[in-house]
Design a protein around this ligand. Structure first.
Ligand code: RAM
Length: 508
């Protein structure tokens, strides 16, 4: 089956579209306390056409680019008789240019920080072999024997998004929503490559949790069903009997993954992605191909139900993801994601004529919801707080229980509002978790609150000048970081593109 899935993935590799971005402007990066990360770019009218050893300038390409950089180098009348050594530093946001990489103290490898030193032995056109993700480029002339001219910088941007397919929002749409939708579309565009990458700056991996939100949002923006299909098959190729799928996979040099990267909530969301894909395309053939994987994922979860019927975490692997909120307890969230995924795949079984499976899953879903109400809900508090999560009170638990269909709308609104208003509850830190918060609000009929939340949360990033939405965002607290250092953050992170989905589906 693996070979078949790989072939299908290969056959669904989408074409890339290219666009050249030229004529960057020279800017200066300056401290700016009104900016979220403390820096912004202002025009620089210095003449940088001839440079000497030690000179440095910053270029602004005017938009977020994912692609290959090239530029020209020539002498200024006298032969350059030694290599020209340049340092190139790339930033999606001004902060990354301002930040001294030597002070990086995060957990992930510093080699992700986008910086290269190159030696030019022969002047002419220089084509950089790596793909970068950036808007700003700092060029430092580390060494040159004689005055050197650096010019005609350009980027050939690449994406598998057909931007011609993107429809403008109807005339008269609230300008705040238009701005949020535009940034969301740019974010998704730049994460769409040969797979839905999580972020083109860093991991460049296909994560199932991110895939779900990207494919869903893509349905209302570029509609690259081929890419969605490819990604579903790529994961299927990584399936192992009796184990959850890996939470992420690598495409190159061949499709592979790390052991120990199983993430139970992500597995359920992978199943939900197949349902999303089916709802959008009606492509039953693909569902039939992928259904053994769905059955495997659900089967693994069922084996992990404890004596109370609550989903426990697998040995090894991650203890559920849910969000990067520090110290978050995830049993309730993971159980909710299981209910959510299971509810979504029942119609798939029905469409395939698997009657016994439908009946079995319906019974399990109902039992697992009852178990959640019995063991995860605190009647006194009127919210989901339990010993399973060390009695931690979080927005996350309420959201996933609502999405899992455990309580009715009235009780759901009460629990959710309580968790949002409480000073002691754990709050979401990623746009990814904020997506599910908005989804829970919509499920409860809180349409006004959902819209206000989109404007407040994603709208705040737009006000800070975001070209693309960020991986992590807690307004007023730029230091919140899953990696121990915001320099590692991806500032074009696909899981934050979903307000476009909400806007186009519910608010225009
Ligand atoms: C990070 C990435 C990715 C996410 C995982 C859980 O490495 O941000 O998008 O899915 O965490």
């Amino acid at each position: 089956m693996k070979e078949y899935y790989l072939q299908k993935a290969e056959a669904n590799t989408p074409p890339l579209y290219y666009e050249t971005v030229k004529n960057p402007k020279t800017v200066r990066i300056v401290a700016d306390e009104t900016d979220f990360l403390g820096y912004s770019a202002i025009p620089d009218d210095r003449d940088v056409s001839v440079t000497q050893k030690g000179d440095s300038f910053v270029l602004d390409f005017g938009r977020h680019c994912v692609g290959h950089l090239s530029f020209s180098v020539k002498d200024n009348g006298r032969y350059i008789d030694a290599p020209v050594r340049l340092k190139l530093k790339f930033g999606e946001v001004p902060y990354e240019i301002a930040r001294d990489h030597a002070t990086y103290h995060g957990r992930l490898s510093s080699s992700w920080l986008m910086e290269d030193v190159i030696n030019i032995d022969r002047i002419g056109r220089i084509e950089m072999p790596r793909r970068y993700s950036f808007r700003y480029l700092e060029v430092t002339v580390v060494s040159t024997p004689r005055p050197t001219c650096l010019f005609d910088f350009e980027v050939v941007c690449e994406t598998s998004a057909d931007v011609g397919h993107l429809k403008p929002l109807p005339e008269g749409t609230d300008p705040e929503l238009v701005a949020i939708d535009r940034v969301a579309a740019t974010t998704l565009r730049d994460c769409m490559q040969s797979a839905y990458e999580d972020g083109p700056k860093r991991d460049r991996r296909l994560w199932s949790g991110d895939l779900r939100l990207q494919a869903l949002t893509d349905q209302v923006l570029f509609e690259n069903n081929m890419l969605a299909r490819r990604c579903l098959y790529l994961f299927a190729a990584c399936r192992r009997d009796g184990k959850y799928l890996p939470g992420c996979l690598y495409q190159y040099p061949e499709v592979t993954f790390d052991n120990g990267m199983e993430i139970s909530d992500y597995s359920m969301l992978y199943c939900a992605s197949i349902a999303d894909y089916f709802d959008h395309t009606g492509d039953l053939e693909t569902v039939r191909d992928l259904f053994p994987v769905v059955k495997n994922e659900i089967g693994v979860a069922l084996d992990l139900l404890d004596e109370n019927g609550i989903l426990t975490h697998p040995e090894g692997g991650w203890l559920g993801f849910i969000d990067w909120a520090p110290g978050l307890q995830t049993v309730t969230g993971v159980h909710g994601a299981f209910l959510y995924g299971l509810e979504r795949v029942i119609p798939l079984a029905r469409a395939l004529g698997e009657t016994a499976t439908v009946q079995g899953w319906e019974r399990i879903l109902s039992d697992a919801r009852k178990a959640a109400k019995t063991y995860l809900y605190d009647e006194k508090k009127q919210a989901f707080v339990s010993r399973y999560d060390n009695f931690q009170f979080s927005v996350h638990s309420q959201v996933w229980m609502i999405l899992g269909g455990v309580i009715d709308a009235e009780a759901g609104v009460r629990a959710l509002k309580q968790s949002l208003e409480s000073a002691d509850s754990v709050k979401p830190v990623t746009p990814y978790m904020h997506h599910y918060l908005v989804e829970a609000m919509l499920k409860l009929g809180m349409k006004t609150e959902a819209l206000a939340h989109i404007k407040q949360y994603w709208g705040a990033m737009v006000k800070y000048g975001a070209d693309t939405f960020w991986e992590v965002f807690v307004d007023g607290d730029p230091e919140v970081s899953p990696y121990g250092d915001p320099a590692m953050h991806s500032f074009c992170h696909a899981w934050s593109c979903s307000p476009a989905y909400f806007i186009r589906k519910y608010f225009v």
